[in-house]
Design a protein around this ligand. Structure first.
Ligand SMILES: NC(=O)C1=CN([C@@H]2O[C@H](COP(=O)(O)OP(=O)(O)OC[C@H]3O[C@@H](n4cnc5c(N)ncnc54)[C@H](O)[C@@H]3O)[C@@H](O)[C@H]2O)C=CC1
Ligand SMILES: O=C(O)CCC(=O)C(=O)O
Length: 395
């Protein structure tokens, strides 16, 4: 029986993936083998020794101390692309909200509660509607920063709406490059993108190199009256610098005209030039299901088979199950460890059927199928090999 501790609201479709006879799943579980969560912050939690793997039902893993967990041999998964369409659709809403004063118009209409005559109301609205006019997106330029799962979908959507799209992503993967529409003009650096775009949309992870990538210096490069959208993370944008830029636009027509984001901060409230949403980019039934199902499947494949897919700290690894028993172990990525483990097998006459070894950064991970059931003494001897971090025997 495996135990999975959950944080946050996880879609039932995902929870239902865990066969009831083999899994105990819930928010109040002691000594869990696995953790399944969304945005819950693990930085301030003590991770139980029993935890072998963690799945983030979502893309961003900035709520997880990944480096610490890697040192402990805990595999961290995310669910790349599983909520990308949901974010893309909210970005589309953001672009539309930025191009016309839809929010102002809606608020204005709701304030007309003193009016009782429909004809009079109609006349008033026709007179006042010019206050809420805007521009079309067609023909305007969108700058997409980060061209991964979400950024590429946003780019495609903007092209379909008749926008020009420029993009910047210095770390674009080959797979992401294949996905990207050829009409997206690649920018050499962030400054060039900021100088070209009428709308700027951010789709990068919150990591050290992207912290405050939008700051007082980079904001000097924006086109006067540009609109910034941030559906990525608060840490990517220096909110105080954004406020200064918005004030500058109001005072002298230079800087950002509007900031539309999924990450409100106190300094952004009570401003007509800010539209802030409560981190709802991935809050659709479809995205929540996709993420939860993918996360649950990845956890189960790791717990049962030791296979790893979509980890942010461990290598991709997969070996089909044959007969026999499966041992998996993690070790520091230094030479000689696998050889020393294989010596344990030789000394104890354990016959290896198949094996695979992969590394990623400072960590190496191994799956070894053996013919007979290894004794506790063999498992203990492997655990004691220098640089072995953890070892598991799977049924
Ligand atoms: N508002 C919400 O609810 C959601 C927010 N997100 C946020 O969006 C982020 C992106 O998500 P995905 O597109 O799924 O991730 P992804 O990993 O597919 O794409 C991220 C892209 O950013 C690029 N990148 C990294 N550093 C960069 C830099 N300095 N400049 C430009 N590009 C850079 C990477 O090369 C990659 O192509 C997540 O990390 C998460 O923080 C994701 C899902 C929902
Ligand atoms: O689970 C959520 O609602 C947040 C999604 C998110 O921010 C992400 O996937 O990075």
């Amino acid at each position: 029986m495996y135990k999975v501790k959950t944080f946050n609201q996880i879609s039932v479709k995902g929870l239902d993936r865990f066969p009831r006879g083999d899994y105990e799943v819930g928010s109040d579980i002691g000594s869990p083998d696995a953790v399944l969560l969304r945005s819950h912050k693990l930085h301030d939690e003590t991770l139980p020794e029993s935890v072998k793997c963690i799945a983030r039902a979502g893309a961003g893993v900035n709520n997880i101390p990944v480096d610490d967990y890697t040192k402990k041999g805990v595999v961290v998964f995310n669910t790349p692309g599983a909520n990308a369409n949901a974010v893309k659709e909210l970005v589309m809403a953001g672009l539309l909200l930025g191009s016309r004063d839809i929010v102002g118009g809606l608020d204005y209409v709701q304030e007309l509660t003193h009016m009782t005559d429909a004809g009079e109301m109609g006349k008033l609205l026709e007179k006042e509607k010019k206050r809420f006019a805007g521009n079309e997106l067609y023909g305007r330029t969108l700058g997409v920063v980060g061209l991964g799962a979400i950024g590429s979908m946003v780019a495609e959507m903007a092209l379909a709406m008749g926008m020009n799209v420029v993009g910047f992503d210095p770390a674009l993967s080959v797979e992401a490059a294949w996905r990207l529409p050829s009409q997206v003009e690649r920018m050499e650096n962030l400054q060039s993108l900021l100088g070209r775009a009428d709308f700027i949309t951010l789709h990068v992870p919150a990591i050290e190199p992207t912290r405050h990538m939008i700051n007082s210096e980079s904001l000097q490069a924006v086109k006067p009256g540009a609109i910034l959208l941030n559906f990525a993370r608060d840490a990517i944008v220096d909110a105080d610098a954004v406020v200064t830029s918005l004030n500058s636009y109001q005072e002298c027509g230079k800087g950002l005209k509007q900031y539309i984001c999924d990450f409100p901060e106190p300094c952004l409230l009570n401003r007509k030039d800010v539209i802030a949403m409560p981190h709802i980019g991935a809050s659709t039934a479809e995205a929540e299901e996709n993420c939860a199902v993918m996360a649950a499947d990845q956890l189960m494949d790791y717990l049962h088979n030791g296979n790893i897919k979509n980890s942010v700290n461990y290598p991709v690894i997969n070996m089909a199950r044959a007969e026999g028993y499966r041992i998996t172990f993690s070790n520091d990525n230094v030479s000689g460890v696998l050889g020393n483990v294989l010596s344990v097998f030789t000394e104890n006459e354990v016959n290896v059927i198949d094996m695979v070894n992969k590394s990623r950064g400072d960590i190496a991970y191994n799956i070894i199928d053996v013919a007979g059931k290894p004794t506790d003494a063999v498992m203990q001897a492997i655990a004691e090999v220098e640089h072995v971090i953890n070892v598991r025997l799977l049924d």
